[in-house]
Design a protein around this ligand. Sequence first.
Ligand code: LLP
Length: 420
Amino acid sequence: MPLQNQFQYQNNQLYCEDAPLAAIAAEVGTPVYVYSQAALLERVNAYKTAVPPHSLICYAAKANSNPTLLRRLAAAGLGADVTSGGELFLAQHAGFPPEKILFSGVGKRRDEIEMALAAGIHSLHAESEMELNLIAKVAAARQQRAHISLRVNPNIRAETHPYISTGLKAHKFGVDRATAVRLFQFAATHPWLEPVGVAAHIGSQITDVKPYRESAKFLVTLADELAAAGIRLTYVDVGGGLGIDYDEEREAPMPGDWITAVSQPIIQAGYQLVVEPGRSIVGPAGLLLTQALYTKQQGEKQFLIVDAGMNDLLRPTLYQAHHPIWPVAQAADGATAVYDIVGPVCESGDFLAQARPFPPTRPGDLIAVMQAGAYGFAMSSNYNGRLRPAEVLVDGRQYQVIRARQQYQHLLDGSLEIRD
Ligand code: LLP
């Protein structure tokens, strides 16, 4: 079933659910991230209804770790995939039960391993022999059995931007198959380690389900081989990475399509399915609302300078990512200009879109950068002394500020005011 679009025009004005974006901008100012609670929960439900019973959906907190959004996702029954002590802290604060928390990442520090063991999380995903050894040492010192899983690098190519492709052996992630077998054998005989699962994550913004099916089969074959050697794992985790509709021409697969592709080999072989989606849950539920400041013609180019920059949304700069951009007030005549839509940051790479056909725009006009709920605020910074944007959560006609815009004073103490 197609998900409902919670961002629609009514009388030529763009709304998030039943709240006009122009009203949010007038009250909260710009730039501001605006999220639709209905869109968020619809995506969660798409996952919940697609997975087989007893599966674990661990939301990848790195995509968006706003405390209010995390709280909604925990309340909806999801688990969390965390990648640092900070994310573990946020996940605990949001109420994710420890037995639904996974800790992924190539460089866990000792204090983070201690924190994870103290919290009693579901499993630590080790990504190297040295890291597994440290987990064993910390577990022994605490006299606590550590549930571990290994992230295996399946050497599978997935079409995406090279910076977010992770499943090839040239990448820093995971261990190769032979090392995994050896480390599982070590863990199985270690008094303070308990191997419980095997994981892979082949990349992000992947719009083809085929490599995932391959990855799931690879993991199941490995788990079966370990079972034959007496090491019985309970779960197979295919990671996250399902793409969303940044591309206006081509639709990404739905969560249900992805789950169908990966779950069959895992369930048939009798393992619990674990997935770690991030972007496909929050990405389509959010937009970045910004205001036009100036236009200028320079050489052949027409620049539209807006009040959001690469410090607010880094994706276009870092990955040459395309985000759909919509005017908040729709013009009746349908005329278009061609703009480079750029921010105020002092770098030529500071753009939200290049050579983009867009209605003629004047200072003060509002613009919505769509599909910005994931890796938007999460990757924002104070670069150029710019204040982090506010975040707003819409529910029907109502909306609330779930993170206040930073004030200049916060540049001195680094704080971000949460309204939870
Ligand atoms: N699990 C692991 C181990 C991961 O490293 C990631 C993302 C995920 C799950 C979630 O992947 P998702 O479902 O969100 O694709 N900043 C980049 C994306 C980096 C993704 C890093 N890892 C971007 O803006 O495209």
